[in-house]
Ligand binder design. Structure first.
Ligand code: ZN
Length: 452
């Protein structure tokens, strides 16, 4: 058993409405248990085997990303779609993505997770919905990549079943039949899904969106998630185009559609949730549906500004997501915290959207969105998932309040990151990873993908 004392942090953020003075002298982690075992108040010297001097660091719970598409790191900043909104962007990208290979996905997932880790993220949800020929083991590939990096993940078995021929948006070669999708979902849950505190790998079910999945598959996925007791994820209310699609095809607004397929439950978390009216926000809050707010993606595609504060006030757990790298194009969660602060201030004003509030979205709120109560806060008994950001660089010189500085001055990367009591980032780099070799191989796959 090794007890590490994170001694005298410059500042510490324990979690929402939690008095940081309870840990004025830091915290103690047990690396064998992988949990936080002590908060150290002023005047106390705890027993420890090792000490980490945190006097130049802001210590936060490990950040939690609730929405991503790792494979899209292969199509970042691709010129043909750099200036298009969602539907045009998708229609141009689908044929490129349809050429995805297992090797490309493995590299793309590793790149995305490494980038997230270096930004202070300890848990990542990925939404993978592309299973063209030869990609049957896509989620298995991602499980292996996550295990190699030691990152905590919620990998969703995404799906598309409504192709162009039937009035959907994606080309026919990228959709699957519902029997294949549901059988593979069940296989993945029984093979990989861990339950309870400290789970490193979880599986959720994630039909892609109203315009790429049939009504029948939406309903069947909800029933299967209920039977297997796993979470449900999809894109909803991202753009007004999508709202028009739902009205024309189903004669329903997006939340009515969600209700009609049995998804208005606290098992569900939605990506984006930009276009909800007052009544819909209240219904989502009552049902306990969570929302992954993806500010950069929403700005990049000019989709709109999510009503995140009203959602949260209505009882909706609000988390943060960087979204896929073709619409962000960075997998940097601490930067996303800053983006959330600024775009939400435009809607709600400076006083209601504080650094602490957006940091809570990326930690406590994200944990709730993923149905987790063992991560997202610093407290005795919680998983030792931690991010430490140095504030002694040029960008922070002259800053006063460390927690505000972390967000306002624009932290870019964590100095140290711990997942379940294990160091995964040391001196700003993912430990044990040959980053240069990874970048070279990933760039080559990215080039091959767009050139066919
Ligand atoms: Zn997305």
């Amino acid at each position: 058993m090794t007890r590490i004392w994170f001694r005298d942090p410059l500042a510490i953020h324990l979690g929402r409405d939690t008095d940081a003075s309870r840990a004025a002298r830091g915290i103690v982690v047990d690396t064998t248990l992988g949990t936080i075992v002590e908060l150290v108040p002023a005047g106390v010297e705890p027993a420890a085997d090792e000490t980490f001097d945190a006097s130049a660091h802001v210590l936060t719970p490990g950040l939690i990303n609730t929405h991503h598409h790792f494979y899209q790191t292969l199509t970042r900043a691709w010129a043909p779609v750099a200036n298009l909104p969602l539907f045009g962007w998708l229609v141009n990208l689908y044929p490129v993505w349809a050429r995805l290979t297992p090797r490309a996905l493995e590299l793309a997932s590793t790149v995305a997770m490494a980038e997230l880790l270096e930004s202070g993220c300890t848990t990542a949800a990925d939404h993978h919905y592309l299973f063209p020929d030869g990609m049957d083991d896509a989620i298995d590939t991602q499980v292996s990549a996550a295990r190699r990096l030691g990152m905590r993940v919620v990998l969703t078995r995404g799906s598309m079943s409504l192709g162009e021929a039937d009035g959907g948006l994606p080309p026919q070669q990228t959709v699957q039949d519902p029997e294949t999708i549901l059988a593979d979902s069940e296989r993945l849950v029984s093979r990989y899904h861990e339950r309870g505190a400290g789970a490193m790998t979880q599986i959720a079910l994630a039909p892609c969106s109203p315009f790429s999945v049939t009504t029948e598959l939406m309903a069947a996925s909800a029933a299967l998630a209920e039977r297997l007791d796993v979470r449900l994820h999809t894109h909803l209310a991202e753009t007004l185009d999508e709202e028009d699609f739902c009205r024309e095809r189903f004669g329903l607004r997006t939340v009515d559609y969600l209700d009609s397929v049995g998804w208005l439950t606290d098992r569900t978390w939605l990506a984006h949730g930009v276009h909800f009216d007052d009544d819909e926000i209240a219904r989502l809050g009552n049902a306990g549906v969570a929302v992954a707010h993806c500010p950069t993606s929403n700005m990049r595609l000019a989709s709109g500004i999510a009503r995140s504060v009203e959602l949260e006030d209505a009882g909706v757990p609000v988390g943060l997501g960087v979204d896929g790298s073709a619409s962000n194009d960075a997998s940097n969660l601490i930067r996303e915290v800053r983006q959330a602060l600024y775009v939400q201030r435009l809607r709600y004003g400076a006083e209601r959207v504080t650094s602490a509030r957006v940091l809570d979205w990326a930690t406590t709120g994200s944990a709730r969105a993923l149905g987790r109560s063992d991560i997202g806060r610093i407290e005795v008994g919680m998983q030792a998932d931690l991010a430490l950001f140095r504030l002694d660089g040029l960008a922070f010189s002259g800053a006063h309040d460390p927690l505000a500085a972390l967000v306002l001055c624009g932290a870019e990367r964590a100095d140290r990151v711990m997942v379940g009591g294990q160091w995964r980032v040391i001196d700003g780099r993912v430990s044990g990873l040959d980053t240069e070799a990874l970048i070279a191989a990933h760039r080559e796959e990215a080039r091959k993908l767009v050139t066919g």
